[in-house]
Design a protein around this ligand. Structure first.
Ligand code: NAP
Ligand code: ZN
Length: 353
């Protein structure tokens, strides 16, 4: 075992503070990674605040991890010391069920192991995430970062990116598809960039009038204020796919109304009960709602290659690890443009007893 410095939530709503944590000794198929950068996802904030009631404290969040390999187990064949690698939202799964066999590990029938707040399948220890100097991960769950990707901007692809890429691919978004993205935050801004890169006509639906210029700069063709009923009415039945990234309970009916015939609303933000849905809105136009959870390993690797080739990168604000609590506060106030990324080198300035 080795230990390293991390930032940790000790109870709901308390500040994250530094702590030394243990990383397991390398198993044969393990890769040890020195973390260079870690993105800050709204899910990190949900877990730190125990919004979903399932947080096991102490909890080290972080599942948008990039860094370099520092050592490998004896059976590791795909990675060598020094390689530029990434780890996303999951670090293990059963590898035997139909979902795992089909490369949809996030839907593992035995339950995938999340990067943090999960249980290691062998030792039962609680998994701890990427707000740390190092991590040890099973080779299969380590992704290769193409040379053409700048590591500083790669972290957010591992969750924000793949979470919107999955529905864009599942629903066959291509040249001319009409896509709306609800909520211009971490997930939303990647949804805009990726849908534009796939050739879609993209509309941002936002509660923030001040984000209209940014939306266009990100590539969106249209901007709609969800707070303006007339504008919403004017866009009725006009989208093939809506990516709904709103991070809390909300009313989806005003968005369902915007779906064209056979349109889909992909709900990826609010993983909690919603306001009641009006069935007629689904029946008319044969609309449907789907949800999705991150994406599988192959699809995440595909996304990394796509982003390298098309140079699709998130807009990041780099922060020090010591600034995570104010970053969480700003995220709650909807003040992120558009993803915080922690520079883990800042941990070398932190002292703990
Ligand atoms: P974020 O950066 O905070 O962005 C969320 C955006 O939603 C905000 O920028 C805001 O955009 C809009 N919004 C916020 N509160 C709203 C409200 N009450 N009503 C309407 N719109 C509101 O968050 P994120 O990191 O993108 O994450 C979004 C959600 O996805 C979180 O709940 C997270 O836990 C979840 N998530 C799910 C998965 C999955 O696998 N399904 C993966 C990652 C994250 P505007 O200012 O444009 O309105
Ligand atoms: Zn996330």
């Amino acid at each position: 075992m080795t230990n390293c410095l991390a930032y940790c939530a000790h109870e709901a709503h308390a500040d994250l503070t530094p702590l030394r944590i243990e990383r397991r000794a390398l198993r044969d198929d393990d890769v040890a990674i020195q973390i260079a950068y870690c993105g800050v996802c709204h899910s990190d904030l949900h877990f730190a605040h125990n919004d979903w009631g399932s947080t096991v404290f102490p909890c080290v969040p972080g599942h948008e991890i990039v860094g370099h390999v520092t050592s490998v187990g004896s059976a590791v064949s795909r990675y060598r010391v020094g390689d530029q690698v990434a780890v996303g939202c999951l670090v293990d799964s059963c590898q035997q069920c139909a979902a795992c066999e089909q490369g949809e590990e996030s839907y593992c029938e035995k339950g995938m192991t999340p990067t943090y707040n999960g249980r290691d399948r062998q030792s039962g220890a609680v998994t701890q995430g990427g707000y740390a100097q190092h991590i040890v991960v099973r080779e299969k769950f380590v992704l290769r970062v193409p040379e053409a990707l700048d590591l500083r901007y790669t972290g957010p692809l591992l969750c924000a990116g793949i979470t919107v890429w999955e529905p864009l691919r599942t629903h066959g978004i291509k040249q001319g598809s009409r896509v709306a993205v609800v909520g211009l935050g971490g997930l939303g801004h990647m949804g805009v960039k990726l849908a534009v890169a796939l050739g879609a006509e993209v509309t941002v639906i936002t509660t923030s009038p001040g984000k209209a210029d940014d939306a266009r700069a990100l590539g969106a063709h249209h901007v709609l204020l969800s707070t303006e009923p007339a504008a919403m009415k004017g866009a009725a039945s006009s989208f093939d796919l809506i990516l709904d990234t709103i991070p809390r309970k909300h009313n989806v009916n005003p968005y369902l109304m915007l779906l064209a015939r056979n349109g889909k609303l992909a709900l990826v933000g609010a993983l909690e009960p919603l306001e009641p849905i009006h069935g007629a809105l689904l029946a008319f136009n044969n609309r449907s709602i789907s949800g999705s959870l991150m994406g599988g390993l192959a699809q995440t690797q595909e996304l990394l290659e796509f982003c390298a080739e098309h140079q699709v990168l998130p807009n990041c604000e780099m922060i020090r690890m010591q600034d995570i609590n104010s970053a969480f506060e700003r995220m709650e106030k909807n003040d992120v443009k558009y993803r915080f990324v922690i520079d883990m080198a800042s941990l070398s300035d932190v002292q703990v007893d």
